[in-house]
Design a protein around this ligand. Structure first.
Ligand code: C5P
Length: 229
C-alpha cells in the first residue's frame, strides 16, 4: 500500500445516469456507464479516503471498500447528496443527471389508447448548483472541495468556465464527447481540468482510472494550497 494522503477525508462521489420513471416499467435515462465515477471512488479509496458512492443506473460492478448508496431519480440523488454535505470534505459530481423528469408518473402500466402521446417533462433540481449554494452559506473551514463534470460538444472551455462560475465549483472536468475515446460508456476519457483561473491541465487520452488518479493529485494539491493561505 502506498501513502494515504486522503486518510481521514470524507469524499462523496456520484456516478451513473439517473432514471426518471414514466410508469412502473418504463423510464427515461441516458448512456452513462458510471465508470468515471467508479474510477474516482477507487482512486480516493486507495488514497485512504472514506468514500460514499451515490450511484444511479450503472453498468460495471460497484467498487469494493466504499459505501454504496443506490438511487433511481435525480430527486433521490439530490436528497442523498444534500444530507451528506455537512460531513463531506470533497464532493465529486460525475453522474449524468437528467435535466427533466416526467411531470406525472403513472401508477399502472400505461395502455396504448391514442395514436400519439405527449409526455410532459419538468425540470429536475440541479444538484451541483444546490451544492454550490449550500457551500456559500458555510464558514470557510466547513466548505467541501467541489468538483463538477461537463460533457460538451461545442465551445468546451467557454461552457466549462461558465459552469464553474455558475455552479460555484472548485474544479470542472470537461470532456468533448464528440471525440472518440471520450465520454459515455468508453474505457478511456480525454479531459481538460479547469479552475477559477482557467485551464489547469489538459490530459491526453487515458484510461478512466488514470484520469481519476491525476484528478485526485490536482484536488490534493489545491486543498493543501487552500490550507496554506
Ligand atoms: O450543466 P450540466 O448538466 O452539463 O452540468 C454537469 C455537472 O452538473 C455534472 O457534474 C453533473 O453531475 C451536475 N449536475 C447535477 N444536477 C443536474 C445536472 C447536472 O448535479 N440536474
Amino acid at each position: 500500500a502506498g501513502p494515504k494522503p486522503l486518510s481521514g477525508q470524507r469524499l462523496v462521489v456520484t456516478a451513473g445516469g439517473t432514471v426518471e420513471r414514466i410508469d412502473p416499467v418504463r423510464y427515461i435515462t441516458n448512456d452513462s456507464s458510471g465508470k468515471m465515477g467508479f474510477a474516482i471512488a477507487e482512486a480516493a479509496r486507495d488514497r485512504g479516503a472514506e468514500v460514499t458512492l451515490i450511484c444511479g443506473k450503472t453498468e460495471a460492478p460497484v467498487p469494493n471498500g466504499v459505501l454504496v448508496v443506490k438511487v433511481d431519480s435525480a430527486i433521490q440523488m439530490h436528497d442523498e447528496v444534500m444530507k451528506r454535505l455537512p460531513d463531506a470534505d470533497i464532493v465529486v459530481k460525475a453522474a449524468a443527471v437528467a435535466d427533466y423528469r416526467p411531470l406525472h408518473r403513472a401508477e399502472h402500466k400505461m395502455k396504448k389508447t391514442s395514436e400519439s402521446l405527449t409526455l410532459e417533462l419538468v425540470r429536475n433540481p440541479d444538484i451541483l448548483q444546490a451544492v454550490g449554494e449550500w457551500k456559500s452559506g458555510q464558514p470557510l473551514k466547513d466548505k467541501p472541495f467541489v468538483v463538477g463534470f461537463a460533457a460538451e460538444t461545442t465551445d468546451v472551455e467557454k461552457h466549462a468556465m461558465d459552469k464553474l462560475n455558475r455552479k460555484k465549483c472548485d474544479l470542472i472536468v470537461a470532456n468533448d464527447i464528440t471525440e472518440a475515446g471520450a465520454g459515455f460508456g468508453t474505457e478511456t476519457n480525454i479531459v481538460t481540468v479547469y479552475g477559477a483561473e482557467g485551464p489547469v491541465e489538459q490530459l491526453p487520452q487515458m484510461i478512466k482510472r488514470a484520469v481519476a488518479e491525476r484528478l485526485m493529485d490536482i484536488v490534493l494539491s489545491r486543498m493543501n494550497r487552500g490550507k496554506e493561505q
